[in-house]
Design a binder for this molecule. Structure first.
Ligand code: UGA
Length: 418
């Protein structure tokens, strides 16, 4: 927002994060974010505070706090959303626009609307579609903008305010869709549910491929040429993780049940189950490759982040596979270009090594679980075989050139590939 010329104040309750941000340091790894933070601060257009009263006077108030999975079930935990609104309400002025960005169960905006309206401000819901690792690009150049507004003149005016706020992408033709609250809330969860379904669909095909000797990567290429299907998000492997897809499909199913429409999205439970089975499959492949037991075997795990270009390890399938192998008695060494600090905080029982080659030294088996370029493109099978004890590789992301690894003497196992 500062980059496109707005005056911005960022507010959070976490002193440590605010201090870091105020110094121009990002509290997590995200390509290009640090440069943008620093240029925003230098320009004087961006500042940070823990004092919510500094929100007073802003024309638009974005609320983008987290909605994690509840500890006691599958539904979303709205504690942070409710707390943020409660803190913001006393500082709103008539005519202000409050734009909810958090991923929330459908019905949340309608529930929050009366309290916002009572201040004379207008509530809109403006879901966020950015991908971690591409967050800056997706924010500056989004593929669509969706704004859920209340009926009537205040809603129309609020939509105009947001159109103005997002003027650069709007000017270059980014679709700007104005809907009601429920539709905007649903667009977000429906998009993530669709993406999760696509991944689990291809992983289900991987399971069938495993039973028949077919190659799921060729299958994905072939069906992906049909533009109605498309090749993206048909990457079979150890499945999806992170802070969004897993909890969003669970929260969506839980909300649908509350609405008496559980059956409509009952398939999401199956999507989740297929996804979790892929982690078992990856572990089973390592166990089988090592002759039926990993006990006291050295296993090197390449990757900890839930996806490349991120240091996020929330619900990371990569880290889950590492933990399961450790649980079976393997000596597990985990490496990752960015996520080691976060992974170590969560799983201090694992052995972490920052340097890839050092992590590979002496491995009885190696598994790639996050498709960083460091493993996918920059690791040659010849070089890797000079480091490991036994050239066994499990490609948990189907990201390696199987024939090149086999030609270099490796025993290669893919996910849903012969
Ligand atoms: C996801 C959505 O893609 C964003 O549009 C959305 O804004 C975001 O959630 C959110 O709700 O905030 P993100 O969690 O960053 O973004 O990650 P994705 O790129 O969707 O990947 C999710 C997981 O699926 C990763 O673990 C990835 O490795 C896995 N994946 C992805 C596959 O297993 N196969 C694929 O073909 C693609």
């Amino acid at each position: 927002m500062a980059h496109i010329g707005h005056e911005v104040v960022g507010v959070d309750v976490d002193d440590e994060k605010i201090e870091m941000l105020a110094r121009g340091d990002a509290p997590f790894f995200e390509p290009r974010l640090k440069e943008l933070l620093q240029s925003g601060i230098e320009s004087g257009k961006l500042r940070f505070t823990t004092d919510i009263s500094e929100a007073r006077g802003s024309v638009v108030h974005f609320v983008g706090v987290g909605t994690p999975q509840r500890a006691d079930g599958y539904a979303a935990d709205l504690t942070y959303v409710d707390a943020a609104f409660e803190a913001l309400l006393p500082h709103l002025s008539p005519g202000d626009v409050v734009a909810g960005k958090s991923t929330v169960p459908v019905g949340t905006a309608s529930r929050l609307e009366p309290a916002v309206s009572a201040t004379g401000a207008t509530l809109v819901w403006n879901p966020e579609f950015l991908r971690e690792g591409w967050a800056v690009q997706d924010t500056i150049d989004p593929d669509r903008l969706v704004v859920g507004v209340p009926p009537g003149a205040s809603g129309e005016r609020a939509a105009d305010v947001l159109r103005d706020v997002y003027h650069p992408p709007v000017a270059t033709g980014t679709p700007f869709l104005v809907t009601d609250y429920a539709t905007a809330e649903l667009v977000k969860v429906a998009a993530n549910a669709f993406l999760a379904t696509k991944i689990s669909f291809i992983n289900a095909m991987a399971e069938i491929a495993e039973a028949t000797g077919a190659d799921v990567t060729q299958l994905a290429d072939a069906i992906g040429h049909d533009v109605r299907i498309g090749r993206r998000f048909l990457g079979a492997g150890i499945g999806f993780g992170g802070g969004c897809l897993p909890k969003d499909i669970r929260a969506f199913a839980a909300r649908a049940e509350e609405l008496g429409r559980g059956e409509s999205v009952a398939f999401l439970r199956e999507i989740d189950a297929i996804n979790m089975r892929r982690r078992d499959r990856a572990v089973d492949l390592v166990v089988a490759a090592l002759g039926g037991s990993v006990f006291k075997k050295n296993v090197t795990v390449l990757g900890a982040a839930f996806k490349p270009h991120s240091d996020d390890v929330r619900d990371s399938p990569a880290l889950d596979v590492a933990v399961r192998l450790r649980g079976l008695g393997a000596w597990v060494t985990v490496t990752d270009p960015e996520a080691i600090a976060n992974a170590e905080r969560l799983h201090p029982q694992l052995h972490f090594v920052a340097e890839r080659d050092e992590a590979l030294r002496g491995a009885d088996a190696t598994i790639v679980v996050t498709e960083w370029d460091e493993y996918r493109r920059e690791l040659s099978p010849q070089h890797a075989s000079s480091l490991v004890a036994t050239p066994i590789i499990v490609d948990g992301r189907n990201c390696l050139d199987a024939s090149a690894w086999r030609a270099a003497g490796w025993t290669y196992y893919g996910m849903g590939r012969p």
